[in-house]
Design a protein. Structure first.
Length: 451
């Protein structure tokens, strides 16, 4: 019932709604004044009415009894106004574009035709200045470079007073003068001509070259002779080296037979290491030795240029290549490095010298033989130690020291042999005694070793 009454009251209010109301307002609110001052005076009333509409709508929006149809109507009216304004704007733009760009009578086509058309101002200006018959530029060119101009008369080949005729005359004179100079420069009759000077220069250069070539040829011949002598000497040295190595092996083989060992000359043959031939002789200890089957390797050299490091490296390679337990490096006397002398112990290996004259004369070579005997004893000692058998190490060490001292004395004596020829016999007797002493000490070691 109340709802029906409410609709009836709203309907009566709509019927009694005023169609127009005229108000005269005096505005003192600062916010409203600042808003309206930003518009021109002729639209302030319209903007004030818009602001009043918005205010009323805002007041109604804040009211809980807001009529939604009023809001919808206002938004619809605003939308229609916006759409109308957009349509008016489109129509005005279309009209303006047609006015400017219409093919027939448009402002832009008319301007383009006026300036760039067939009868436009630009076409008339181009024809006025650049026409082939009547153009201003054509007239200027005819006056300046045409056939009747001064330049045209000067360039006329038929005019004997013209520029071309004068140029031809000057060029002809220059060519004749240069031809005479060129012919003179290539004349062999004139000693000062360029060709004569070139001929003398070539002849002098050939003479210098011939002299230099002769000198170079003589120098090459001398070098070849020296190289030939060096190669022959090297071949002789190589042959001597081979003779030394062969004689040394013969002495080693004989000594090995005396001691019951087995020897082999493996010089030049490959060993256990691929492509390695180092290690000249090998001796395998015989069955009577306490170290039966153990191997000694010998490297023989009749060459200089060795030091301790190089000797050790080559001995290590030889032992590995021949699977040897100890190594002995043998120098032909006079080729050994100063660090080693005639007898040198290098860890478990030895470096000794052999006098070639004594070797070839079948005389004792005590350093070589002693090194061989000591090496046999050391290998036997090492084997016994490994087998844990009782050995008097002090006694063996003492005997070895005695041997080394004896060898040092022998080395000193043999050195004096080269400088004291008068007492050679007495010295050799002493050497024989020392050699006998060394052999006795070695035999003492061997006899002391348990079998």
């Amino acid at each position: 019932m109340e709802h029906a009454n409410g609709r009836s009251v709203l309907k009566e209010a709509e019927e009694d709604r005023m169609e127009k109301l005229t108000l005269t307002l005096e505005i003192t609110e600062r916010v409203v004044l600042e808003y309206l001052e930003q518009f021109p005076e002729e639209v302030r009333c319209e903007k004030a009415l818009d602001a009043l509409k918005v205010g009323v709508i805002a007041i109604q929006s804040a009211s809980p009894s807001l009529d939604t149809r009023v809001v919808e109507e206002k938004f619809r009216q605003v939308e229609e106004d916006i759409n109308g304004a957009i349509s008016d704007f489109k129509e005005e733009i279309r009209t303006k574009l047609e006015q400017y760009f219409k093919a027939e009578g448009g402002f832009v086509p008319l301007c383009l035709e006026r300036y760039f058309g067939e009868n436009g101002s630009l076409a008339r200006a181009m024809e006025e200045y650049f026409d082939m018959e009547r153009g201003r530029l054509s007239e200027v060119l005819k006056r300046q470079v045409g056939p009747e101009s001064f330049l045209g008369r000067q360039m006329d080949p038929a005019n004997r007073e013209g520029l071309i005729a004068r140029v031809e005359s000057v060029v002809e004179e220059i060519i004749k003068e240069n031809s005479r100079q060129v012919l003179g420069a290539f004349s062999l009759d004139d000693e000062n001509s360029s060709l004569s000077r070139l001929k003398r220069s070539i002849r002098e250069e050939l003479e210098r070259f011939d002299k230099k070539a002769s000198e170079q040829y003589a120098s090459i011949l001398a070098l070849l002779e020296r190289e030939k002598g060096r190669m022959e000497e090297a071949q002789r040295g190589t042959a001597k080296g081979r003779d030394f190595e062969d004689a040394l092996y013969e002495r080693l083989a004989r000594l090995a037979r005396e001691l019951g060992d087995w020897s082999e000359n493996v010089s030049g043959s490959k060993g256990s290491v691929a492509y390695e031939k180092v290690g000249d002789y090998v001796v395998r200890l015989g069955e009577d030795s306490a170290a039966s089957g153990k191997v000694l390797v010998f490297e023989a050299k009749k060459a200089s240029g060795y030091n301790l490091r190089k000797i050790k490296d080559e001995l290590d390679r030889a032992k590995k290549n021949r699977e040897a337990d100890m190594g002995i490096f043998v120098f032909c006397k006079g080729y050994e490095p100063p660090e080693v002398g005639d007898f040198y112990r290098m860890g478990g290996d030895f470096v000794v010298t052999v006098d070639e004259d004594a070797l070839m004369g079948d005389k004792p070579v005590i350093f070589f033989e002693t090194a061989y005997r000591i090496a046999r004893a050391m290998i036997a000692t090492r084997v016994r130690e490994e087998e844990k058998k009782a050995i008097d190490e002090g006694y063996i060490r003492s005997e070895m020291e005695n041997i080394i001292k004896a060898l040092e004395r022998a080395s000193d004596i043999l050195t004096k042999v080269g400088t004291i020829r008068n007492s050679a016999d007495a010295i050799e007797k002493n050497v024989d005694k020392l050699q006998e002493s060394i052999r006795r000490h070695v035999e003492n070691i061997q006899s002391h070793l348990p079998h």
